[in-house]
Design a protein around this ligand. Structure first.
Ligand SMILES: [Zn+2]
Length: 271
């Protein structure tokens, strides 16, 4: 669904700068974050359109394909392919990243052994490879890092009307659905963050609820300088992010976590 010129002009006068690179660039494009292709029938949640400069929008198109594919993977049911677009998506990913699909897919023998170990029985009509968890590749790490950074800035902007500044820091921990499989459908990191007060809005398109494909919980400090974001994408993957508009502050709190627990911090700084 495109936007009319009138609506586009109204959009850019309300949102004049790119929110993804710190607010110094003029917005000339509209970025859908999460990408539309992740959603069944391309019914993405209302309001998830953000002002972007050319390079922030088009620079991540390849990563968006990987993210869409990851978000649609479902080891439990065929929910990721209700609109029948999965194979076209796999073909597009394969064209852009010829090695990736092969690296993601365990062999049939590996998949069978892995599924047996995890207690996964493929539903009728699905092979062990289709039903099992995928291997995580460096391209996937990169795509998720870029995507989660963008979604953090997008939701921060939605909630505060402020652009996340270039000197801010974002720390990420993400997980694939292998985590769901081994923890009976739950992401353990989210259990740890349950106490955190936050907002978990219902996401809709034309009044249908899309939370089965994408849901999040955002917690923002009163000063709007610290935030935690938990997001999950169907049965595909999820992440938790801690971010601060003041880099020094997050560095200090991370050091104290490591000193307290004596363990390396599982979060990776992505900005
Ligand atoms: Zn930009």
């Amino acid at each position: 669904m495109g936007m009319s010129r009138v609506r586009k002009n109204a959009f850019f006068s309300a949102h004049p700068v790119c929110i993804f690179c710190g607010g110094g660039e003029k917005a000339t494009t509209i970025e859908h974050c999460p990408p539309r292709a992740m959603f069944q029938f391309r019914d993405w949640p209302e309001g998830f359109e953000f002002p972007a400069c050319e390079s922030c929008n088009h620079g991540t198109a390849d990563h968006d394909l990987i993210i869409s594919l990851l978000g649609r993977t479902d080891p439990f049911t065929d929910s990721g392919n209700r609109d029948g677009r999965m194979s076209a998506l796999i073909t597009s990913v394969h064209q852009k990243h010829p090695e990736l699909i092969a690296k993601m897919m365990p062999s049939a023998v590996e998949a069978r052994a892995l599924n047996r170990r995890l207690g996964i029985a493929p539903p009728p009509g699905m092979t062990n490879q289709e039903a099992g968890p995928v291997r995580v590749t460096s391209e996937m790490h990169r795509a998720v890092e870029i995507f989660s950074g963008k979604l953090t800035k997008a939701i921060y902007y939605m909630q505060t009307k402020n652009v996340f500044p270039p000197e801010g820091r974002i720390a990420l921990k993400w997980f694939t659905n292998a985590e769901l499989i081994t923890n009976s459908g739950r992401y353990v990191v989210f259990d740890h963050l349950q106490q955190l007060d936050g907002l978990a809005p219902a996401l809709v398109r034309s009044k249908s609820l899309l939370n089965d494909q994408f849901e999040y919980k955002i917690s923002i400090s009163a000063g709007q300088d610290l935030l935690a974001l938990q997001a999950r994408f169907g049965h595909g993957f999820g992440f938790a992010v801690f971010a601060s508009t003041d880099g020094a502050r997050i560095d200090a709190s991370f050091e104290s976590i490591e000193q307290r627990t004596g363990k390396p911090n599982p979060f990776v700084m992505i900005q």
